[in-house]
Write a protein that binds this ligand. Structure first.
Ligand code: FAD
Length: 299
């Protein structure tokens, strides 16, 4: 089933979950254990990231196929930078063979050691959306959106305009980059609506696992962190170590989620970093996601 229709038909706010595929096969059992522990949140869908420039896409396919076999609604990510149409078409065929109906269409980033060619077939994610629409018309398509505009964009307006264009080119919904200031999400959604784009936009929330992982994630994605929140995290770390930092991050994430749902966000996409514990605690404290029959279980 198409995730876009599932989002539109959802009667209550939902969770969706992002995983990255383990590189090493020996990590697969623990990976699938984590996914199974998170099943209690009744995720509307789970997404599986794709290596930069299409690297390790075999891992993405294999993990997605196994999650689909386990009855999760799956959405692998697919990057198109440096890709040829034939390779993308093959990826889509393999998704179909694994009974996967949805894909997150991304441009991706050229690895630092490669240079982008002017001859590239796919220049932007919108080109990939159009290709999928033409070649796999029955595939559900999500795209990325950026509450703090994409780091390459010179202005908010430019990024909002290209995001609207990308959604108009045939995407069913957007999932956002992680962010910490809900006003950025509000600005993104409002600017899309003003442009006549009413596609659902699912906000992405990061449970903060450690100071190092926060720094790593921020260095990769270009999200903004509010000064006060950063100072709170530093103080928590200084006074109580990583445990206190996680608690401060958790409380912040729960407040963010409540605020986002009050603003009308359809659900929450959790960047799990392949860890279950904080996601489960966030869901408990935000009172979202657990089915009633499971609500008394602890994990
Ligand atoms: P685009 O939509 O093409 O945008 C890139 C830049 O180009 C933006 O500045 C945009 O404003 C501009 N732009 C867009 N269209 C046009 C146009 N027609 N003309 C001129 N400028 C234009 N990366 C991975 O490698 N693997 C992953 O699995 C992955 N998953 C992600 C999941 C989410 C939810 C998000 C938000 C990001 C993810 N990324 C992933 C990162 C993403 O690949 C990078 O942010 C990348 O730099 C941009 O990809 P995009 O699809 O947003 O590109």
């Amino acid at each position: 089933m198409h995730i876009g229709s599932m989002i539109s038909g959802a009667s209550n706010p939902f969770f969706s979950l992002e995983f990255f595929p383990p590189v090493d096969e020996s990590q697969l059992p623990s990976f699938f254990n984590t996914a199974e522990r998170l099943r209690i949140l009744s995720p509307l869908f789970v997404s599986v990231t794709h290596g930069a420039s299409g690297s390790q896409h075999r891992n993405t396919l294999a993990v997605t196929a196994e999650l689909a076999r386990r009855d999760f609604t799956c959405m692998p990510h697919l990057t198109c930078v440096g890709a040829e149409p034939g390779g993308i078409a093959q990826f889509l065929r393999e998704l179909r063979a694994a009974s996967v109906d949805n894909v997150l269409a991304l441009r991706g980033d050229t690895p630092a050691w490669q240079s982008r060619s002017a001859e590239e077939h796919f220049k932007h994610a919108g080109d990939l959306v159009a290709f999928i629409r033409a070649n796999a018309p029955d595939m559900g398509i999500g795209v990325a959106a950026y509450p703090a505009p994409h780091p390459e964009s010179l202005t908010f307006t430019e990024d909002r305009e290209y995001t609207a264009q990308k959604l108009r080119s045939g995407a069913d919904f957007a999932v956002t980059q992680l962010f910490f200031d809900v006003r950025e999400y509000e600005n993104l959604v409002t600017s899309l609506r003003v442009r006549g784009v009413n596609t659902p936009v699912v906000p992405g929330i990061l449970p903060i696992q450690s100071f190092d992982s926060l720094r790593r994630v921020l260095s990769m994605c270009g999200a903004n962190i509010p000064g006060n929140f950063y100072l709170d995290l530093e103080e928590a770390l200084r006074n109580g170590g990583e445990e206190a930092l996680r608690e401060a991050g958790l409380k912040f994430a729960v407040r963010q989620i409540r605020h986002l749902l009050d603003m009308g966000a359809p659900g929450i996409h959790l960047y799990t970093l392949n860890r279950s514990e904080l996601c489960l605690r966030i869901a408990d404290e935000a009172k979202l996601g657990r089915s009633k029959s499971n609500s008394s279980k602890t994990v």
